[in-house]
Every structure is written in C-alpha cells, then in structure tokens.
Write a protein that binds this ligand. Sequence first.
Ligand code: NI
Length: 394
Amino acid sequence: MTHSLSELITSLAPDAIAVRHHLHAHPELSNEEEQTSKFVAERLTALGVDTLRTGVGGHGVVAEIRGNQIQTGQTLALRADMDALPIQELSSLPYCSTKPGVMHACGHDGHTATLLGTAAALTQLRGEFTGTVRLIFQPAEEGVQGATRMCLAGVMDGVDRVVALHGWPGLAIGKIGTKPGAMMASSDTFDLVIRGKGAHAAQPHNSVDPIVIAAHLVTALQTISSREVSPTEAVVVTIAQIHAGTAYNVIPTEAVLKGTVRCLTNELREQIPVRIEAIAKNLCAAFRADCELTYRWGTKPTVNDESVNALIEQIGQEALGEGSVLRLLAPSMGAEDFAAYLDYAPGCMFRLGVGEEVTNLHTPTYNFSDGAVSVGMEMFTRIALKTLTSERAA
Ligand code: NI
C-alpha cells in the first residue's frame, strides 16, 4: 500500500505540475478568480468527484469524494486558496504571468494544483478510506475574508477536521514545518483621525496642531506592547501610515494615523482597541484635540489543534523520512485567513518546503517549486487515508 501510494502520486504529479504552470500563467486577483474557479470545477468534474458546488462565497468551489461507509464515517476538509497578488512578475519562466501587474507571488497556484492532484489520487482510492473528503478551493485569501465567506456558505457543516498547507521558501523540498498551538497571528487594521485646529504655520499658538499630537501618539501607542503586555506574550501595534498637511506654511486641521495590530490570542486581541482608544482620547484631550478611532476586525489567530498537528507530524515522518519534519520554534506574526475554518472544527495548517533558495513570499520572483507539488499531494492524500481510516471503528 505504501509503495503503491507513492507510485500513484508519482504517476499523477506531472499533470498536477502542468496545472500549476497553467494557473501561474493566468493569475487572478482576490474576488476576480472567475477563470481559475471555472478551470478547477472542470478538472474536478473530469475526475468524477461525488459532489460539486461552484460560486460558493464568491468564486469558491467545493467538491466531495466519498469513500466507504459514508453514513458512519467522518468528514475531513482540505483547503487550498486560489487568488494572486497585484505584483508585476519579474521572471523568465516559460509559464510567467501573462497578466500585467498580477502574479501568483504567494504560491496559491501551487496550493490549488496540489489539491487538484490530491483529488486525482483520492478518486482512485475510494476503497481505501471511510467517510468523506471535502475539497475547499477558496477565493480571496489575501486580506479580503474569503475564508469567512466560505464558512458562512456552510462549507464547514459536518466537518470533523480541516487541514491546509502553505508553500514555504527557506524550507527544503521534501520537508514540512509544523507547530502545535498558535502558528500565525491575528490581523486587524485601524484608522485614527486626530482633529485639531488649523492655522498659519508661523502662528502655531493659534492652532491645535494635529501633527505634533500625532507624533506624541505614535510614541505613546508603543507602550501598549512595551509596558502593558507581558514581555513573554507577543503583540504588534504598528503605525504604517501618517497623513497630514498640504503646504509648507499651513498647520492642518487633521492628521490621520493608520496601522495594524497582531496578536496570538483572542483574549489579548480584544483588549488592544480599548487601549488604543483610551490612550488616543486622553492624549488628544491633554492637547485640546479630539480623535476618532475606526477599528476593523480582520483575521483571527491561526491556532493549530495539538492532536491534528501531532498526526501530521507522524505522517510526515512516515512519508518523508526521519528529520523531514521541522517543529517551528516560534509562531509568525503574519496572518492567514485559514483561522476562520478553525472556529468550526479542529484543524491544522503546516508549511510545505518549496526550497531553500526560493525568494520570499510576495516578491516579484517568487515561484512555488514544481518539486513541492508531489510532496504536498502525498501529505494531503496520506492525511485523508489516515484520519478517515482510523475512525472506521468509531
Ligand atoms: Ni498565501
């Protein structure tokens, strides 16, 4: 069985790699994944999946492959994201992006191709598992809440476990990175408008200068992480934009600060906007100004289930060999909307090595490696077989 599974994956990998090249050449931005979605649905239909839904939560596609005893078996969801980024690709790849200013710089072409390749394997292995594999092809991962929309459309109904992978540069092909518990941070954004009083720049005493107040506020907000949260607990409060003023000789009436907040727990996350607002209101009052905070809740922290993570580590050791599973020492303060699925069922995201030389995610030369596709297919397929076979007695 082990031998024949590897052989099956090897035989299916060239087609999955060709799929990746096609997707890489035809990237689509978040919420515009019309052709990608159509392509995925056509491939799934050709494979003979048992159910297929399109137009889920936007351009999402959801399919099921049913094994034995679906009445008593469990349901495992495997998720891939499909969207690309607004970056001009700088490469000489024969399958370089054909769309100016748009490219698969986060490797979602690789994720989608890997899951389609997994679907090809599992449709041939129906006799080997008990229950249902649900394949989730998600649109709009890049900061636009595609996962939340998919969940609201019911894609997690009846799901017992959910698993996803993300291609990871700096990690060798054939290796995976895992972490129980918090793996990625939450990501929220805020706008803080400081309202003062404009004046001639040569008469500052006639103003309530919002730029001076903004400068104080940038500094004051850093005390949330340095003086209010334990040094052993991670939080980021970054002011990423300051907008104010139009001339050399005018003190403006308003200044706007924009930033992001990252946390690893929901408990801490809920406290941060309360403190931002209190510091901002009181500091502005001290300087005779007003302010208004608009806080947008984004993605929750991605917290991997301990037992699902342990299962993936075990499968990784068995399939890829000793030393191929690297336990991450620390979570990333980046965010991933996979977190939304984890509200509905325990699950896990793991990192899939795409090569040590590969450039960083979200850069104009990033390319998910061909060699990683079969590794991802093998991991996904084995996770399905293992989770849905061990439950047979239940
Ligand atoms: Ni990504």
